[in-house]
Design a binder for this molecule. Structure first.
Ligand code: ATP
Ligand code: MG
Length: 270
């Protein structure tokens, strides 16, 4: 039997049970802050459209080539942009599926302006960190410890969160020679309703990726709205990114889905 609480001192070794509980608290806090509906494989995405066979092949192949390091660029961020209904989310989803099957998908976040759990920047990093904790068992205890030691991390700047919850743990895996999936997909950044958050996300990702030099690739899909396009046209983001533009696709939808013409007509968009 243990003597009464506080009456003994443990020297040496690890009091694992205590650490375990602290870390589990960290994981619970993280999962409460994450937004499961933003995952590419969230239940409500089950009927999400995938690219019809032989559509957007060139774009999908170009993105996969870039991810696999087969294109002649060192850029670690790709901006998939195009007008409303041009197929950005369909491609993001298709790419996520392909990468998931190849064990190359680290985390995803699908913004949606109509869903209050995924239309604000504050959900992004906790959701990505949660996915990484689940996808990379080696990273999980590190992420949990950061949060249990400082739960306010989830209210700190995106840069702090990105560094401490995502990049530091991945760097430690890297240093230990542990492989991990390397692609993050962020869809619909224009649907993040806090505009300053859109800029902070892009600045944070580009600055931090340049600083850490991890083998990560980040696919960002959005409409070409001013804040986003000006972020991609300046600073580190400009030099560390490539872009892929889409035109409004009507060809396959015209035949396969007659409603497409109405859906794609701007006033019916939402
Ligand atoms: N390659 C494709 N194969 C099949 N359907 C497609 C394809 N691309 C687009 N579509 C159809 O067009 C619709 C609009 O596509 P999607 O939602 O991907 O556009 P988007 O560019 O993400 O639009 P938004 O800017 O509004 O988010 C989808 O509901 C889907 O039915
Ligand atoms: Mg979309």
């Amino acid at each position: 039997m243990f003597p009464e609480e506080g009456a003994f001192v443990i020297t040496g070794g690890n009091f694992f049970q205590n650490n375990y509980h602290e870390r589990r608290d960290g994981f619970n806090i993280l999962s409460a802050a994450a937004s499961p509906s933003a995952f590419f494989d969230a239940a409500h995405h089950a009927d999400f459209p995938r690219c019809h066979e032989n559509t957007q092949l060139a774009v999908v192949e170009k993105i996969i080539d870039w991810i696999e390091g087969k294109s002649d660029t060192e850029a670690s961020i790709m901006w998939l942009n195009g007008p409303a209904r041009s197929g950005k989310s369909t491609i993001s989803y298709t790419i996520s599926n392909i990468l998931h099957r190849r064990d190359a998908l680290l985390a995803t976040f699908f913004f949606s302006r109509m869903d209050s759990s995924r239309n604000h920047s504050r959900f992004l990093i906790p959701t990505l960190a949660y996915s990484i904790a689940v996808t990379c068992p080696g990273a999980r205890p590190m992420i949990e410890s950061v949060i249990s030691n400082d739960p306010t991390i989830l209210h700190q700047s995106p840069d702090n969160q990105l560094a401490r919850l995502i990049l530091d743990p991945l760097q430690r895996l890297q240093e230990a020679g542990i492989a991990y999936p390397h692609v993050i997909v962020i869809d619909g950044l224009d649907e993040c309703l806090d505009i300053s958050g859109q800029r902070a996300i892009l600045d944070g990702i580009s600055t931090m990726l340049a600083r850490y030099r991890l083998p990560l690739k980040v696919l960002v899909a959005s409409r070409s709205e001013l804040v986003i396009s000006s972020s991609f046209n300046t600073g580190t983001l400009c030099s560390n990114s490539i872009r892929q533009s889409l035109e409004l696709q009507r060809r396959f939808d015209a035949w396969e889905n007659p409603l497409f013409f109405f859906e794609s007509y701007e006033p019916f968009k939402y």
